[in-house]
Design a protein around this ligand. Structure first.
Ligand code: GTP
Ligand code: MG
Length: 342
């Protein structure tokens, strides 16, 4: 029988907080999970070195950006000591690697995807049961990994919110970019954008700090400025809002759902975490796109460009349902886990 008691705000907030912390603790990789990934990377490094003695494998993506779930895939970038950029690579390096990997008994589900935006080799490492992909010179992704990692270090709530939005996307089936929705990278950017704009903000715009320094330093990688303020331990010296927002994860989660269902004007504006100013779709010539998310370093890249109008409506509907479920039915049903709620 459903409870008909009126919902008490504080009590409900405590319940939502509990869901937030539960999802966070359930999803967080343990030290064993981390060691398993490290050992798998070492195994792959040794195996690849047999073919390419000067090859280096570098882990990026959620395994390194602070938002990795227990079973997140391994995103690996392959570089060579003898080539400073991908342009110097001999033709066929990835296809030779694919043939080499096929000979390895521990690797299964090998797929070579040569014509993707970023060509990759997908694999499953059987002993660890970890899936992953290897790409060549994915250097900008390594830079955005460092940027996200810096944001995740600022405050534990950033991590909690990141885990929550990834779980939400997974549970609601709206987190697969290859099926016309948005990637988990996009959802993390949406969450960071909200945390920069809530009041008071939980996180700054790291790419625009220190505010008093004019012009800001620059660091160029593949023609993009990948500079951001990295000294998180000294953030309070350059950002006056540091630790001013004391809202609980549950309060922030509800505000996040409200932000994207009521406040953010996606018809006219772009989700852009690199700028303190609002960014207009018009100025980017992205006005025909339903939802725009700017890559923090590659500014002409709309990460939401694959989203269809139908899928966009579906995602907004999922946000609305989540909001209504979290603010009313969670208490009524007594369900205490996110999976239970959906
Ligand atoms: P999960 O694997 O779902 O845990 O999250 P993830 O962040 O690792 O996502 P994914 O494996 O899809 O992507 C790996 C990394 O590649 C991301 O963290 C980003 O650093 C980068 N990445 C993914 N998609 C894009 C994109 O469209 N543009 C750019 N520049 N980088 C991307
Ligand atoms: Mg990944």
């Amino acid at each position: 029988k459903l409870s008909v008691m009126p919902v008490i705000d504080q009590e409900l907030t405590r319940l939502i907080d509990k869901v937030c912390y539960d999802v966070y603790h359930e999803s967080m990789p343990s030290s064993i999970d981390v060691a398993r990934k490290r050992d798998t990377l070492n195994f792959l490094q040794r195996y690849v070195t047999v073919l390419f003695p000067d090859a280096t494998l570098t882990l990026f993506g959620s395994s390194m950006n602070g938002f990795g779930l227990k079973n997140s895939d391994m995103d690996i970038s392959l570089t060579f000591l003898s080539c400073s950029t991908g342009a110097e690579l001999p033709d066929g390096a990835l296809s030779s690697l694919f043939k080499h990997m096929k000979k390895c008994r521990d690797l299964k589900k090998l797929i070579y995807v040569p014509f993707a935006k970023v060509p990759i080799i997908k694999f499953l490492h059987v002993p660890s049961n970890l899936e992953g992909d290897i790409s060549l010179y994915n250097v900008l992704a390594q830079e955005n990994t460092k940027l996200l990692a810096a944001y995740s270090e600022i405050d534990e709530r950033v991590k909690i919110m990141g885990y929550l939005v990834k779980k939400f996307a997974k549970v609601c089936n709206v987190g697969d970019a290859s099926k016309g929705s948005l990637s988990s990278y996009c959802y993390i950017l949406m969450m960071l954008y909200f945390l920069q704009r809530c009041s008071p903000p939980v996180i700054p715009v790291l790419q625009a700090l220190p505010e008093s320094t004019e012009p800001l330093p620059r660091k160029i990688v593949e023609s993009c400025n990948v500079y951001f303020y990295e000294d998180i331990a000294s953030l309070s010296k350059v950002w006056p809002h540091h630790k001013k927002n004391v809202k609980s994860p549950g309060q922030l989660w509800i505000e996040f759902l409200r932000f994207y269902t009521e406040e953010f004007d996606s018809e006219n504006y772009v989700v852009s975490i690199r700028s303190t100013e609002l960014v207009l779709k018009l100025e980017k010539r992205w006005f025909t796109k339903v939802f725009a998310i700017e890559d923090p370093f590659v500014h002409d890249r709309n990460l939401g460009s694959g989203l269809t109008r139908k899928m966009n409506l579906y995602i907004i509907k999922a946000f609305r349902s989540a909001r209504s479920l979290f603010t009313s039915k969670l208490k009524a049903t007594g369900k205490q886990s996110l999976v239970g709620v959906y």
